[in-house]
Ligand binder design. Structure first.
Ligand code: DGP
Length: 111
């Protein structure tokens, strides 16, 4: 079981900013920007490469939640959505998650 499943199940605390039947959003424990949220499905999916066609609606829903959170956290000047997949990308938690980053200029290309 991953740490994110434990957050979903309220076994460990997190600063939860949004929840519905399908997903959860909370503040990253190691923020890289003034706003750094993680948006995750409640369904246990390890990464982008484990998605299946049945997850289409879920992923679309998560992006609409991200859009809503970006408005709520006043990120209208710009924000970034990042998902790391696998070792080389630096994925450390094997539960699909989307980083929502904003509140400062974000450089490109990323590291
Ligand atoms: P990634 O490198 O893409 O797998 O990002 C995982 C992120 O999860 C990383 O930015 C730190 C965050 N994180 C890890 N453990 C916890 C935790 O227990 N609570 C919270 N809020 N965030 C966590």
């Amino acid at each position: 079981m991953t740490i994110f499943k434990k957050i979903i199940d309220r076994e460990i605390p997190a600063d939860i900013v949004y929840e519905d039947e399908e997903c959860l959003a909370f503040r990253d424990i190691n923020p890289q920007a003034p706003v750094h949220l993680l948006v995750i499905p409640k369904k246990e999916i390890s990464a982008v490469d484990a998605l299946s066609p049945e997850d289409k609606t879920l992923v679309g829903h998560i992006f609409l939640v991200i859009q809503q959170l970006a408005k709520e956290f006043s990120l209208e000047d710009g924000f970034r959505v990042v998902t790391n997949n696998g070792l080389l990308a630096g994925q450390t938690v094997p539960h699909l998650h989307f980083h929502l980053l904003g509140g400062r200029p974000l450089l490109w290309p990323p590291g």
